[in-house]
Design a protein around this ligand. Sequence first.
Ligand code: 13P
Ligand code: SF4
Length: 304
Amino acid sequence: MIQQIQQSILQMKEENNIFLLAHSYQNKDITEIADFVGDSFQMSLAAQHTDADTILVAGVRFMAETAKILAPDKTVVLVTPDAGCPMAEQIEPSMIESIKAQHPEYKVVAYINTTAALKAVCDVCVTSSTAVKIVKALEEEEILFIPDCNLGTYVQKQVPEKKLKLLQGCCPVHASVDMMEVETALEKHPKAQLLVHPECTPEVLQYADYIGSTSGILEYAKQSDHKEFVIGTEISIAEHLQYACPDKTFYLLSKKLICPNMKLTTLMDVYNAMRGQGGEEIIMTPEEIAKARICIDEMIRLGK
Ligand code: 13P
Ligand code: SF4
């Protein structure tokens, strides 16, 4: 049944020149038929470079908005309209504007997990795989880093020459991991390496053998000579790794590491969106696109 649905999707993709762009948190039945699977930075580059007429995004809303901003002449469809990222909604653009009015010296760095309206009032975007490199490359010393204070704290440690001002945003999924879970996992699996996403808290990160984006964690585990790993990011990454590396063993750091928004999208949703039933076309005015694009273009220039 699954294979039949996948087959129909592949056929529709071909016939209608549709590019299926998936985040690596999507389930395997989707990632194995997607045209591109990656972290949020890699997804941005893929959206920019495809020559398909339509981009279908299996992920969350800010990823589809980013694709539209980078490929404004294409039809961009978010497979599951309800799939948002709560962190993207945590800060209002007006709050940033008022901080900027009081502190014109701040360079405003926005995690890509933000709305297009918030990006429009920021100077440069970053992703988890590019944040350290981009912050290091900025000329300014004083930086307002929004919204994720955990990623911001991690970046501050890697780039001590800059002064980062942080707000209180975070990913509710990664930030839910507590120290008891870290201690239990390390006690139970003493030979395992701990691989963690920088959206986890600084307390958790201090025990990590590797800290990186979703694709960074995937690559590290595939290349490593170690045989056991505790994975500190969304459950799907441990699942993908277990398929890709059957000779290695992957444990989940916490049972809470399930992103309900990423999990909303099913293979059937992709099938229906391909047929034009379900899914939501991302509509933005040329002005909205132009304003938000400035900081995404800066991210690509400095992050590549
Ligand atoms: P990545 O850039 O690592 O893919 O992160 C996106 C995300 O939402 C992690 O929770
Ligand atoms: Fe947003 Fe966290 Fe889900 Fe990533 S895991 S999409 S940051 S809620």
